[in-house]
Design a protein around this ligand. Structure first.
Ligand SMILES: Cc1cc2nc3c(=O)[nH]c(=O)nc-3n(C[C@H](O)[C@H](O)[C@H](O)COP(=O)(O)OP(=O)(O)OC[C@H]3O[C@@H](n4cnc5c(N)ncnc54)[C@H](O)[C@@H]3O)c2cc1C
Length: 412
């Protein structure tokens, strides 16, 4: 329904706040459903101070939790659809390799989750790993490996631009350098959104996708203290030894990978910078998103030690050649928050945040879900939304119970 459908002086059906990958996907899905949509962004579009910038994010179907793999399977299809609609690609197919100590609880849960979700995968021993990945990985004693075909690399900045372009094609209005200061209930329309520069917009509904700023904005609007903790992290690009660069390319079958245990490390093939492979730690230091310590390389030592242990042959483990800063928005259980804000806003405001360093791959599904919540008042198809409720933290401050134990992220 458009804003001309009897809602008084509503300018928009939906106002989306925050134009990272989540807000851009939400604006795309909403405008595709015929909703008049406004997307507001605090900084310049495609800026580098949030969570959705850079040259690579992994997409993998392997998860310790049972409920993410079905979402990833849907997401693969939605990424493909968006690529067909725009006419260029943001996804590069690779295998996904998961390795870890054979008694690591998260790694064992990942294997059970693949089995329960009928995800095809193969167990690998050291000699299989050597053969399949040309000697690039050495499994330490007591470690094991599984590989699936359902992995790959997404190009984040390019993907955000893709969803923003598609949203515009479907009629959405996009405005950057528009920092939202407040959201207020509007009894005729739904909500009023106020910006720092003094503008006011009225919408029937509002979607808050402000990443690491979620706790700050929600707190200033409602007084509610959502447990979404910003974390400053860095990704590192390491030099591949001369003559071995090709072994690390997607064309040679080099995988996206995750290494379970302490520390949790992940990486992607040589895809962004010729001759440099991305190897990073899933973790960082808690931060204020408005007062970051840029260039703080607090986790580089852990990554270097891991390279010396697991990829000693063909990667130069001295200093990373390039590092890039980024932010996670951590929840205590590392599950997302996708829910109505409630209180005086009832079902007029949806919050989607707390993506805990693993949201990018699922952004098209999050966009679809959020659009359904807004348009059909909470009736979401095909996703178990109970895992993403705000109310779970009132029942237990740690959030969802995880049989595989502690969180995987390393916080310093
Ligand atoms: C180093 C790193 C590696 C990662 N690797 C992976 C991976 O391999 N696979 C994966 O699936 N995920 C990965 N992630 C996680 C994924 O990138 C994030 O979950 C995702 O980008 C979060 O998107 P977002 O839209 O919620 O946040 P953001 O991208 O931060 O977007 C929020 C936007 O809201 C804007 N905003 C904030 N406040 C306001 C306001 N008041 N008014 C208007 N606008 C506002 C911000 O400027 C920002 O543009 C990684 C993250 C990082 C940092």
């Amino acid at each position: 329904m458009g804003s001309s459908g009897g809602d008084g002086d509503c300018e928009y059906d939906v106002i989306v706040i925050g134009a990272g990958i989540m807000g851009s996907c939400a604006a795309y899905e909403l405008s595709k459903l015929g909703q008049t949509t406004l997307l507001l962004e605090k900084f310049d579009f495609l800026h580098h101070v949030g969570s959705s910038h850079g040259g690579s994010r992994t997409i993998r179907v392997t998860y310790p939790e049972l409920y993410y793999p079905p979402m990833v399977l849907e997401s693969f299809k939605l990424w493909e659809q968006a690529q067909s609609e725009i006419g260029y690609n943001v996804y590069t197919k690779t295998p996904q390799l998961d390795i870890g100590p054979s008694d690591n609880k998260s790694f064992l849960a990942l294997i059970s989750s693949c089995q329960a979700n009928s995800i095809p995968f193969q167990f690998l021993n050291q000699s299989d790993v050597t053969k399949l990945f040309s000697g690039t990985f050495d499994l330490p004693e007591g470690w094991t490996a599984v590989v699936t075909e359902l992995g790959g690399v997404l190009k984040p900045t390019k993907a955000v631009a893709m969803f923003q372009s598609l949203a515009i094609r479907h009629g959405a209005v996009l405005r950057d350098r528009m920092e939202v200061l407040d959201i207020k209930k509007d009894h005729n329309c739904g909500v009023q959104v106020f910006t720092v520069s003094g503008q006011r917009f009225k919408g029937r509904k509002c979607v808050v996708t402000v990443g690491a700023w979620t706790r700050k904005l929600v707190n200033s609007v409602t007084g509610m203290n959502l447990p979404i903790q910003p974390l400053h992290t860095s990704v590192y690009y390491w030099k591949v030894k001369e003559g071995k660069e090709d072994l690390f390319s997607p064309e040679s079958g080099f995988p996206t990978f995750a290494s379970y245990g302490e520390p949790y490390i992940y990486g992607t093939p040589v895809i962004e910078f010729p001759g440099l492979v991305k190897i990073a730690l899933h973790g960082g230091s808690f931060c204020d998103p408005d007062k970051r310590e840029w260039g703080r390389n607090s986790v580089v030592d852990s990554v270097r030690s891991w390279i010396e242990l697991v990829m000693p042959k063909f990667v130069e483990a001295g200093e990373p050649v390039i590092s890039q800063d980024c932010m996670y928005s951590m929840t205590p259980d590392e599950d997302y928050v996708i829910d109505f804000l409630g209180g005086e806003f009832g079902e007029d405001v949806v919050v989607a945040g707390g993506f805990s360093g693993h949201g990018f791959k699922l952004a098209p599904v999050v966009g679809r879900v959020v659009a359904e919540m807004v348009v059909v008042d909470g009736e979401v198809k095909g996703v178990e939304m109970k895992h993403f409720r705000i109310g779970r933290f009132a029942e237990d401050p740690k959030g969802n119970a995880k049989e595989h134990g502690d969180n995987q992220v390393n916080s310093l």
